[in-house]
Design a protein around this ligand. Structure first.
Ligand code: UT7
Length: 302
């Protein structure tokens, strides 16, 4: 799979841990020690659609719109149930009508699932491209009196245009339905059993990465970059330790953005791309995990 371009957007409003000290019983020290998060960006007038649009426009710069045959938006926080964010993007970006455009709700695994879906569909559409977006306004789903969840999340969007190029890729993915680990309650607010999710993430992500490396016949040290869903520094550190892989392999920007759910992997990829960290031929492993519970690993060459 070839990434032709990337894009991203985060709202300008930045909420620091010190800002949270004023609204819930917490401290900068607790948040940093338990999560590695220092700040997150929070939407004001921005919507999931406007953030998705800003990221997608960047990713579409220099791309021929007629090459796009698929628009997938990973989100669990669409502004409205229907029409889909993807459908509205198709129209607003002036993309051809002959596209498949729909949203994917797999929460924090959403971008990974969109990528896996795109890979299968693009195999049947030679030369065509997919616009993939992860966009979330998680702030609209938070209970700002629940200190165990509200300090973790941020808003934003990331996007990429991808094309099947025949090079081999390797994947591992799954779902283990557990509706009580992360869910929205009757008011639509996000609830989470933090410790349970933490243990699931460390065990399952480590095993999923082992599975995909075994399929590819590679050792962790032969990877160039691992881009995990940016949920928690401690999760990433524990996964690296269990794999026996150096932390330098693992990209992190969660300190600035917190957990942006489906947006976190494309947001990270765009930052890495813009900073020149991604070189042609490098082995990149993407790892999504979260509500479902769901997870997915995807190994490819940049
Ligand atoms: O995309 C996937 C989404 N989810 C995740 O990635 C979350 C995974 N889980 C985690 O990251 C961690 O479980 C948390 C960061 C959410 C919590 O860390 P923890 O070490 O598992 O803490 P805990 O839930 O076991 O709580 C320990 C203590 C409790 O107090 P007591 O009962 O020991 O008195 C909590 O009430 O920390 C308290 N606590 C807080 N204290 C200060 C919980 N949240 C806060 C807070 N500030 N914000």
């Amino acid at each position: 799979m070839k990434f032709l371009s990337t894009g991203s957007f985060v709202p300008p409003r930045r909420m620091t841990n010190q800002d949270f000290e004023k609204i819930v019983d917490t401290s900068d020290q607790w948040i940093v020690e338990r999560t590695g998060i220092h700040a997150r960006h929070v939407a004001e007038e921005e919507t999931t659609l406007t953030m998705a649009m800003a990221a997608a426009k960047q990713a579409m710069e220099g791309v021929d719109p007629s090459a796009i045959c698929l628009v997938l938006v990973a989100t669990f926080t669409p502004d409205q149930a229907t029409p889909s964010v993807a459908s509205q993007l198709q129209q607003a970006l002036g993309l051809p009508e002959e596209v498949l455009a729909y949203d994917i709700n797999a929460a924090c695994s959403g971008f990974l699932f969109a990528l896996l879906t795109a890979e299968r569909l693009l195999e049947a559409m030679p030369g065509k491209c997919a616009l993939l977006v992860g966009a979330e306004k998680v702030s609209g789903r938070l209970d700002y009196t629940d200190r165990g969840t509200c300090i973790l999340f941020g808003d934003g969007a990331g996007a990429a245009v991808v094309q099947a190029d025949g090079r081999p890729t390797w994947a591992d993915y799954g779902n283990r339905s557990n509706g009580s680990a992360i869910y929205t309650d009757e008011k639509g607010l996000l609830r989470m059993e933090g410790r349970q999710v933490y243990q699931f993430a460390v065990r399952t992500v480590t095993q999923s990465i082992r599975n995909v490396l075994e399929k590819a016949g590679l050792e962790p040290g032969q990877l160039d970059h691992v881009v995990c869903h940016q949920a928690n520094h401690r999760i990433i550190e524990a996964v690296a330790r269990h794999l026996g892989a150096p932390m330098e392999l693992f990209f992190e920007n969660l300190g600035e953005y917190g957990n942006t759910s489906a947006a976190s992997i494309p947001l990270a990829l765009d930052e890495m791309h813009r900073n020149g960290m991604l070189k042609s031929g490098q082995r990149v492993l993407l790892e999504g995990f979260g509500s479902g519970l769901s997870w997915g690993s995807y190994l490819f060459e940049w």
